[in-house]
Design a protein around this ligand. Structure first.
Ligand code: DP6
Length: 325
């Protein structure tokens, strides 16, 4: 029996994705720019089985996760026009659903595995489109380093894909993910995006400004300008959270510790001119980014933080890969 093993890593968006232009095809309303991480990952084993899909996450069957993956696998069956079924075992070496984009690394590793298992010979661009059907951010985890997701304009999503902008060596960044709470979030990104689209008075501004943010970040990256990268990242994050907070019902993903950390990092960057910035996704964890030179100093500050549960020190990582036996 042919069995494929893959690995993929989560990514963190510097310019955020929030909102869809098509829910059914999972097409984002805005483009995004992310970095793929190293040090945390999802490993997946996948093989063909009979009559019914089986999905194990961290060696357990999770009804919620199972109900999300079956429509993705139905799409794969449509795509190849063949009724094949899969047994998939994915294991995360970091807390699932803790705001660390486990769906990104999860679906990227599964898409990579399906491509190999069925000899589809998809290019990485096509693979990113396949991964996107599972989760928008998963399209970005197909690639390593610094990655852009194109929202595209075509109704069928043919121009909606991710691509690598720069490899891992281009701009050395260190990332500290600070865990403030490991409870599963109340509102998933998927539901939250729909709520924001339907109710936030800021949503249309968010969508209309996104191209400017993408282009500004691409220029900052081209110039290797840390301060611009930091400022654009902080503001993209806060704009996204403004849309979230002004949704109805409000989507408040932060806790008091999240806010305390933001205040400290904001002060370090904007007042003390230190090379450090934050970004936050649909959860209370804070991702702090810095240069290798400042990392030691940053870790001293993090060790003094009150009420944090844990932290991970990470670097930039590679895209999805096949693991050879
Ligand atoms: C807040 O990729 O999880 O992390 O496409 O519905 O699966 P779906 O959403 P998902 O959204 C991630 C949103 C975010 C910001 C980002 O990563 O850009």
């Amino acid at each position: 029996m042919k069995k494929i093993k893959t690995i993929a890593r989560p990514n963190i968006a510097l310019i955020k994705y929030w909102g869809k232009r098509d829910e059914k095809l999972n097409l984002p309303a805005v483009g995004s720019i992310s970095i793929t991480l190293d040090g945390i990952s999802t490993k997946t084993e996948i093989w063909l089985t009979q009559d019914v899909d089986k999905f194990y996450l961290n060696e357990k069957i999770d009804i919620d996760e199972h109900s999300k993956i079956v429509p993705f696998l139905d799409y794969v069956r449509d795509f190849i026009n063949d009724k094949v079924y899969f047994e998939i075992h994915s294991v995360n070496n970091f807390p699932t659903a803790a705001g660390l984009a486990s769906s990104a690394s999860g679906y990227a590793s599964i898409a990579k595995g399906i491509n190999q298992l069925l000899n589809l010979n998809l290019s990485d661009k096509e693979l990113s489109k396949l991964a996107r059907r599972g989760s928008g951010s998963a399209a970005r985890s197909i690639f390593g380093g610094i990655v852009e997701m194109h929202k595209g304009n075509e109704p069928d999503g043919s121009d909606c894909y991710a691509e690598q902008l720069y490899s891992t060596e281009y701009f050395p960044l260190d990332v500290v993910v600070v865990i403030t709470n490991t409870e599963v979030k109340k509102t998933s990104s998927r539901n939250g995006m729909l709520i924001s689209k339907n109710t936030s008075p800021y949503y249309s501004n968010w969508v209309n400004n996104s191209e400017y943010d993408i282009n500004a970040m691409k220029m900052a990256l081209r110039e290797k300008d840390f301060n611009k990268i930091a400022d654009l990242s902080i503001r993209s994050c806060l704009k996204m959270h403004s849309v979230m907070m002004t949704s109805n019902p409000p989507l408040l993903y932060w806790n008091s510790t999240t806010f305390e950390i933001i205040k400290q990092i904001e002060d370090l960057f904007y007042e003390q001119n230190q090379p450090v910035f934050f970004t936050i996704d649909a959860g209370p964890q804070v991702k702090i980014l810095t240069t290798p030179d400042y990392k030691k100093h940053l870790l001293k500050i993090i060790k003094k933080l009150d009420n944090i549960q844990d932290y991970y020190v990470l670097e930039l990582g590679n895209g999805a890969e096949i693991i050879e036996d």
